[in-house]
Design a protein around this ligand. Sequence first.
Ligand code: HEM
Length: 101
Amino acid sequence: MEGIYRKHIPISHIDGVKIKDGTKVFADDSYIRESILYPNAKVAAGWESIMPTYQGLVTEEELLQVIAYIKSLNQGQTPPRTEETPTPATIQNKVPNKEVN
Ligand code: HEM
């Protein structure tokens, strides 16, 4: 999730319905909040809708802290990924963190 804050994120589905290719959403605080509470509301393009909801599992204060943390993540600030699946942020910015075969 490095570098997603205030970027335009390509999304593929809204509430389970496939939408036009190339549709983007502005990743502001409310998008991050919605993605945590209602992961199915807007699904990042290229990803399956597998994220579980955290509704009822986090307090408002915890939610604000997680959102603040995600907002603080700029590209290059977290350790290199070991997975070979690109993140939504790297898909958007076309800057892979790691060479993939
Ligand atoms: C601390 C727990 C979690 C937080 C705070 C969190 C937060 C988020 C946020 C803010 C997004 C939207 C980012 C974007 O559009 O690029 C997202 C997307 C996603 N998350 Fe999570 N997530 C969590 C846990 C999980 C878990 C446990 C899974 C899977 C087992 C998961 C799978 C995904 C996937 C596949 C996406 C991209 C597709 C989509 O937009 O739904 N997440 N998550």
